[in-house]
Write a protein that binds this ligand. Structure first.
Ligand code: ATP
Length: 245
């Protein structure tokens, strides 16, 4: 069966000259969690943006290669059309509307739905995954903790009822206990909602614990790929990405 997402020979050039992604290929099977690992600046966020259509040729951000989703090439399809097809991205750095409450943030992300009852049931389902957001539904998002804002950012993406969720470093800046909590919820969203997940992370340990497959990126290239278990046991991955041991 064709994977839900496949990326073939993707290249991304910034400012007409800087090759940030140098011909990578990867696959994300329907229903899976796949992780894209690598250090700061390896090209992971750029790869996600190429998939969600957030790169701008008008800004000299040139993309080459083929991205296929649900059986069709995405070509130059603009980002809102990709969202409509079922691709949602949670950007790095938990972008939420800080002056709005969680409830208002979720409502603001619901414009694709016309049925108010459906919107309500989606929001309640999201509160079910993130009870803390429900508790703080009337507090301005700017006053939420980093972990709560990350939860809200994921909730906003879920409002689009995506088939594929692109998550960019959900663990960034969070205490270990919260990282664990968020990753547990990501796993539940995958299992209970059937959402396929491509997870970009620097925290290789946490990501490989929930992913079935992983790709390791260095300097714009994929240097290693395989089942999560194989990567966890690889001596180089252990030394450089799992902090030794
Ligand atoms: P991070 O964890 O910091 O997001 P990353 O692996 O996601 O790292 P990218 O953000 O994709 O890496 O960056 C890859 C390379 O492209 C880096 O060298 C970065 O400096 C460069 N880059 C990223 N965005 C731009 C941009 N808008 N214009 C020019 N260069 C960029």
């Amino acid at each position: 069966m064709e994977p839900l997402l496949s990326v073939n020979n993707l290249e991304v050039i910034y400012d007409k000259v800087f090759l940030a992604v140098k011909g990578i290929s990867l696959e994300v099977p329907q229903g899976s969690i796949v992780t894209l690992l690598g250090a700061n600046g390896a090209g992971k966020s750029t790869t996600l943006k190429a998939i969600s259509g957030l790169l701008g040729p008008e800004r000299g951000e040139v993309t080459r290669g083929v991205v296929r989703f649900a059986g069709r090439p995405l070509d130059r399809l603009p980002s809102p059309r990709r969202v409509a097809l079922g691709i949602a991205q949670v950007l790095e750095g938990r972008r939420v509307f800080e002056h709005l409450t969680p409830e208002e943030n979720l409502l603001a992300a619901s414009t694709m739905h016309r049925d108010g009852a459906h919107v309500r049931s989606l929001i309640d389902r999201i509160y079910g995954y993130f009870p803390r957001l429900a508790e703080r539904r009337s507090t301005r998002a700017g006053y939420l903790s980093g972990g709560e804002q990350q939860m809200l950012a994921i909730g906003r993406a879920l409002m689009a009822e995506p088939r594929l969720l692109l998550l960019d470093e959900p663990s960034l800046g969070l205490a270990p206990r919260l990282v664990q909590e968020i990753f547990d919820i990501v796993r539940r969203i995958n299992q209970e909602e059937g959402v396929t997940i491509l997870l970009v992370e620097q925290n290789a340990r946490a990501a490989l614990a929930i992913a079935s497959h992983g790709y390791l990126m260095e300097n714009g290239r994929i240097v290693m790929a395989g089942p999560a278990r194989t990567l966890r046991e690889n001596p180089d991955v252990r030394e450089f990405y799992l902090g030794g041991g």
